[in-house]
Design a protein around this ligand. Sequence first.
Ligand SMILES: CC(C)(COP(=O)(O)OP(=O)(O)OC[C@H]1O[C@@H](n2cnc3c(N)ncnc32)[C@H](O)[C@@H]1OP(=O)(O)O)[C@@H](O)C(=O)NCCC(=O)NCCS
Length: 149
Amino acid sequence: MSTQEPISPLCDLTTGDYDEILALWQRAGLSVRPEGRDGPAAFAQQMASGRQRIVGLRVGPTLVAVIVLTHDGRKGWINRLAVDPAYRRRGLARALIAEAERWFTEELDLEVWAALIEGYNHDSQALFDRLGYRRHDIVYVSKRTRPEA
Ligand SMILES: CC(C)(COP(=O)(O)OP(=O)(O)OC[C@H]1O[C@@H](n2cnc3c(N)ncnc32)[C@H](O)[C@@H]1OP(=O)(O)O)[C@@H](O)C(=O)NCCC(=O)NCCS
């Protein structure tokens, strides 16, 4: 894969793309839970729920950027955004987030969309700052059925 090859238009991904999506998440250094909510069975269930959409960008056949969009009926959520290290700072994340915002507003009529970003992830915080997202002083708490969920 040459970094000079053109980026293909946005495409919707399916459960059949799972292995490639997981490989990209790992290549991008994203912390994911392949034994839990990012595993193949959970992934298939989420896709079947109708509340999840996965959008990607390819160079040739290779997936180089991905975003998982979900909604809970109140808010749109941006999850598991990842761009291949060889393709960063070219506006790929910006393009995926623009599609997220279009989907949330134009198709789902949602007025709020959000993302959770780890405190140490300054790259992602810079991205969302740049795109006009407001930071909140919120403590994220969670409870789970098993540690790897
Ligand atoms: C965060 C990430 C998704 C950004 O993807 P990207 O395609 O490089 O981002 P874009 O090129 O669309 O950036 C748009 C703007 O956001 C800001 N930005 C993005 N990455 C930045 C960085 N590392 N440092 C500072 N600003 C940054 C810039 O203003 C940039 O515009 P510019 O390049 O014209 O200055 C990518 O670095 C990544 O995959 N990181 C690892 C996985 C991750 O952290 N995902 C997010 C989990 S919440």
